[in-house]
Design a protein around this ligand. Sequence first.
Ligand code: ZN
Ligand code: ZN
Length: 318
Amino acid sequence: MTVREIRKNPFTGEVVIFSETRQDRPDRDSSLCPLCTGSEEVPTFNKPLRISNKFPALSKDVEYRKYKKDSFYEKTSGYGCCELIVYTDKHNSKFIDLSVDESMGIFEAWMQATKQLSSNKNLKYILPFENYGEDVGATLLHPHGQIYAFPFIPDYMKKELEAILEYRREHNKCMICDYLFIEQENTDRIVYEDENIVALIPFFAKYAYDMIIYPKRHISYLHQCTRSEMVSMLSFFPIAIKALNKFFETEVSYSLSLHQGPVNSEGSTAFHLYFKLHTPQRNKQSTKLLGAVETSTNTFISGILPETAAAQLQKLML
Ligand SMILES: [Zn+2]
Ligand SMILES: [Zn+2]
């Protein structure tokens, strides 16, 4: 029997998703790609296509239930949604090699998923992401991304939203708009900028080469983007990933995730959306592994200042 549960840590408020089906994932035969056109999951292909994840961590087929016993045992059923987006019918291509026109279809699928899934009042957060490489857990080679829809606001986003709402109460302004304004005056951490977007390594980066890509305009959801903003973002993503590949002289593993406003939640339009491009790569030979301090305290130790990393990458953003 499949067990899917979302359990809450009563001491920290953090949640953990348990999904025993993921343990049963078969080792796939790479000669039989399940995302190639003609397969059971993708019978035909015209444009980026949303399909259900066959091995979902969260599932719509689970009844949405809450459970609490004593002060310690709070959980909900593993309700939610996990989808894949098949980007192209070309098995050997990559996200960074797609044209802006091709990747526009991916943006449209992300927007459509956010709108459609948010009509389900039990869902609170929609997370589209693209991940590539073994070091971030990508298991299928065929170019694809994923969408997770959670019945809760993930802890990281919840803390961000609380800070943004607190800042708005105090200053009556958007915290991210203000942060961007100051970063643009300083420029030490900015790696790229055009009329619509700013990409930077944040002052507080946990991983040395993580970048955040902000639209300059205050928008909370992807479907509020203009076409020009979409083109800016889609043109920049391959530039940034190729810059990392050049810098590390290897093909880095990375994830590119969309942080947008929560859905079906109060104060969501206060959120200023952004993309986070994360790589665990720390030098040419190795990725960052979490040590005792990081795992026991969730306090990271980084050997490179964001200003140094930004200066290294800036000149490769061609
Ligand atoms: Zn394939
Ligand atoms: Zn803003």
